[in-house]
Write a protein of this length. Sequence first.
Length: 210
Amino acid sequence: MKLSKASWAVIVILLVLIADQSLKVWVKTNMVLHESIHVTGWFQILFTENNGMAFGIEVIGKMFLSVFRIVASCVIAYYLYQIVKRKFPTGCIVCIALIFAGAIGNIIDCIFYGVIFDNSYGQIASLFPSDGGYSTWLHGKVVDMFYFPIIQTTWPAWMPFWGGKEFVFFSPVFNLADSAISVGGAILILFYRKTLSKDFETKKKTTFNE
């Protein structure tokens, strides 16, 4: 049975959300903050939490960021609905679904985790603790765990500014939701840029003619 474009979008969103949240809950309830599990020499499960955007970047206030994420996700959801309705290529729809699922995955952390978990400092967090969570609604921290220190070395001592300091490539710690956003965005740019550009130009001409 051939799946409809809407079905593909729903399946991708559900798979990403289930996998993302399952992994985050497992990490939160089985590891202490900053604890790591070495999978290979260049791949670790490293438990970190952050208040910021993808890959642990922190720039703006937590409440503003949480509200911004919710608004942005609503915009993405509306656009996803529109491109499904207009029968865009399935690959393009899957990419937007990946981005939407990734955004929702991190929004769940922000909205609920501060209330349903206690803190992970020096202890393994409890789910639905009797004394309440570590924060309030919309102030939860995003759980990250994927760490790929492919190259770990030290800059030569003779180098200005960085001499003698540790150098790590790739240093960001991220989660499955971040990966879904990045992969979906990268594939869109590489393979569906023209499709999106034509859609934008069509909308602009339609708006102008009206």
